[in-house]
Design a protein. Structure first.
Lengths: 120, 616
């Protein structure tokens, strides 16, 4: 997962920004290479389901970017739901981020990046 | 019991290490309080009225003796406030409650229990005094016996509860524990469902009787067989207590067992998307199901179809996985002593010996009648050790008692115990021939009260003595009632009654489902109690799950034992021969009970109004 510390404004027709109550299945992904999903508060988990749908249901191959209240303790689950870029909330120290990815060898469930459950 | 694999062990250890890392970053100021809170909560660490509270997960209530010994160690070595904190807590507690129930006089100055574990209505274990800076050490200790606090709090899929007699009940269609374990693994650190609108509780049974209150859960599952004899689930969704008590709605008459994870994924994903996040009191799935009804069901079915047909149903459970998990749940071998006996006593001889012993010792006879239940294996019994007794609060166990319990569990129950949702401990593998020896040993440990399902076997949450959410204390009420109803003949005469006490509307004490429910409410900074009648948890005794109805305006704390007595006296006056409390209440209606309850007021003034008010 690519971790950014600032989201530079990029006026780009290929970028789609979805509010977290939008249904990604209703969005037109034609010509879109990046979808920004939003966490208004890190405790609002709707964007996880949106990312899962984009990746697994819709087969979106482009970038899925986490924006908003993005903290390092949620990066692993974001990655597992299909996000591949995260923009940390302003002021969050990225130093301890990588250690979060190194902690668990694997998980019980299949997810957007690993199609195998532990029992598969 | 489920046997942890190396992967499972490593996983729990990693989780303990993760908690230590988060604690360290919070202590270093790298995580704010607000950022740390949901992280510690998802490992079971609350901060309560005076101190942190740890909730340890006990998946579907199963505990080994080794785990009990570690819980004992934690109680002994960690469940202690500093002298200053304890003094401050006691001073504060002694200020509240101007009119204590007669039986609880002195409670304010009596020590709050320390060095204790507490069994909860969701089959978990809680500690009340462990300082947060010791939390990582405690998680390491727990991990040493495959225990943790994963998802015992927070807005995620919580610990899955089940029938305390799972795998041993004669009325069972299939053992629900392998499915509970498979669901436990699936829900553990599920990446998509860690920040749901609100908490999410699943209960599963495999028997015909509901002993796990499945109608009261976000999702209730019953293992059933269809007409073709295939195994599957009957599924309810949208039950829950709290401010808006609702019973789950049937969403699926039959789902093949292989599909349960896919179906749960659909249920939770649709909830994650549509559940309300604007109001914490409207955020549970029950509100969504109530508001949307069939539209919610249709969304779930459509999503389930997509998961299976489009996403490939990757969580469809293979036969091999069910077999692998089920292998952990085969009945333990009978004790060597029994196997090696050349001439084991016949069932008749065992029965006769028990009858003789019962005739000789009336208390043992009561215990056999109340605390011992039938088992799938006719040579075995399910025995409930009661944690409801004078001098200790419901569901509390001291460090010494936990160690003694572990010894009993090793000696009499193949090393396995169950936490019951009534806050007792059940031993699932007791030989009928051992009942007398178990009784004597349990009696010596103070765990042989012959009161299971009777009035004094009440449910009570920790309430305002510990909990930050409570509006009023539960424990002094529980204690006052326990003191008033000590006579075993009287308790037997009153028969089976579910008395449930919650210190606030969050309903951890399940007051909605009590035949008699007591709910602590706060008015003008004082403790008041609302009394409800006629609730049911869904067990055979109580009938279909239903919330109780309020008898009238709330009562002062010192009135509560008298109100209860008035209600019970009304039952005695009104009952037909052999009729239990809940049946009498249903037959004659609430009116005479309400009149009696309201007539027992002395400090709130006699009220003639019977209008049920849901709020005060």
């Amino acid at each position: 997962m690519k971790i950014l510390t600032a989201n530079l404004p990029e006026p780009d027709a290929g970028v789609l920004s979805l509010p977290n109550d939008a249904d990604p299945r209703e969005a037109s992904l034609e010509g879109i290479h990046r979808v920004d999903l939003h966490f208004p508060k890190f405790t609002d988990g709707r964007a996880y389901s949106q990312a899962f749908w984009l990746r697994r249901r819709l087969g979106f191959k482009g970038e899925i970017r986490a924006t908003g209240d993005v903290l390092i303790d949620q990066l692993v689950q974001m990655s597992r739901c299909g996000f591949n870029v995260a923009v940390l909330k302003a002021g969050v120290d990225a130093t301890d981020a990588q250690a979060q990815f190194d902690r668990y060898a694997r998980f019980y469930q299949a997810d957007a990046s690993n199609p195998q459950a532990i029992f598969s | 019991m489920y046997q942890y694999t190396e992967f499972d062990r490593q996983f729990v250890q990693s989780r303990a290490a993760q908690h230590r890392d988060q604690l360290t970053r919070w202590q270093a100021g790298k995580l704010s309080d607000d950022e740390f809170r949901p992280l510690r909560l998802q490992n079971g660490w609350y901060v309560q009225r005076y101190a942190p509270m740890l909730r340890v997960a006990v998946p579907y209530g199963e505990l080994s003796s080794a785990q009990l010994r570690v819980l004992a160690t934690i109680a002994r070595d960690f469940d202690a406030p500093s002298a200053d904190l304890l003094q401050q807590a006691m001073a504060t507690q002694s200020q509240i409650g101007q009119h204590l129930p007669a039986g609880a006089v002195g409670h304010g100055s009596a020590p709050l229990p320390t060095h204790y574990a507490h069994f909860t209505t969701r089959q978990n274990v809680q500690f009340n005094w462990i300082p947060l800076d010791k939390s990582a050490d405690v998680m390491d200790l727990l991990a040493s016996v495959n225990m943790h606090g994963i998802q015992t709090s927070g807005n995620c899929i919580r610990n899955i509860t089940s029938d305390e007699r799972a795998g041993i009940a004669p009325d069972e269609v299939a053992d629900p524990r392998p499915f509970a374990e498979i669901m436990r693994q699936w829900s553990t650190l599920h990446p998509e469902f860690a920040f749901l609108p609100r908490k999410f509780k699943i209960a599963i049974i495999g028997a015909t009787e509901d002993r796990a209150a499945i109608g009261w859960h976000d999702v209730g599952l019953q293992v059933v067989k269809n007409e073709a004899g295939e195994l599957g689930f009957k599924i309810w969704v949208g039950g829950g207590m709290g401010r808006t008590p609702l019973i789950g709605s049937l969403i699926r008459e039959f789902l093949p067992w292989q599909q349960i994870l896919n179906y749960l994924e659909a249920i939770v994903r649709v909830y994650n998307r549509f559940g309300r996040r604007d109001n914490i009191y409207k955020a549970r799935i029950k509100i969504l199901v109530k508001a949307e009804g069939q539209r919610y069901f249709d969304e779930v079915e459509a999503e389930f179809k997509q998961i299976v047909e489009h996403d490939g149903g990757v969580h469809t459970i293979p036969e091999s996985e069910l077999a692998r998990i089920s292998a952990s749940f085969v009945p333990p071998p009978l004790k060597a002593a029994q196997q090696n006996q050349a001439n084991p006593p016949s069932a008749e001889a065992t029965e006769q010996a028990l009858r003789q012993a019962a005739d000789a010792e009336p208390l043992f006879a009561r215990w056999l009648a109340r605390n011992v239940a039938a088992h799938k294996n006719p040579a075995l019994r399910a025995v409930t050790l009661s944690f409801k007794r004078l001098g200790q609060y419901p569901g509390d166990a001291s460090a010494d008692q936990l160690n003694q319990l572990a010894d009993l569990v090793d000696r009499f129950s193949a090393g396995e115990a169950r936490v019951t949702h009534d806050q007792n401990i059940l031993l699932p593998w007791v030989a009928a021939a051992d009942l007398q020896a178990l009784y004597q040993a349990a009696k010596a440990a103070g765990l042989a009260s012959p009161n299971v399902h009777l009035l004094s076997d009440m449910i009570a949450c920790p309430g305002g003595d510990f909990c930050a959410l409570a509006n009023a204390r539960s424990l002094p009420i529980a204690q006052a009632i326990t003191e008033r109803y000590q006579d075993l003949d009287e308790l037997d005469d009153l028969g089976e009654i579910d008395l449930h006490i919650s210190g606030c509307i969050n309903s951890c004490g399940h007051h909605h489902s009590g035949h008699i429910g007591i709910l602590g409410v706060d008015k003008d900074g004082k403790e008041w109690y609302q009394v409800t009648l006629g609730g049911s948890d869904g067990s055979d005794l109580s009938g279909a799950a239903v919330p109780g109805k309020v008898v009238g305006p709330s009562f002062a704390s010192d009135e509560v034992p008298d109100v209860l007595e008035a209600i019970l006296n009304t039952y005695r006056d009104q009952r037909a021969h052999g009729e239990n409390f809940i049946s009498t209440l249903r037959r004659v209606g609430h009116e005479p009970f309400k009149t009696a309850a309201n007539g027992a007021r002395h400090s709130t003034g006699r009220s003639t109004t019977h209008s049920a008010s849901a709020s005060v």
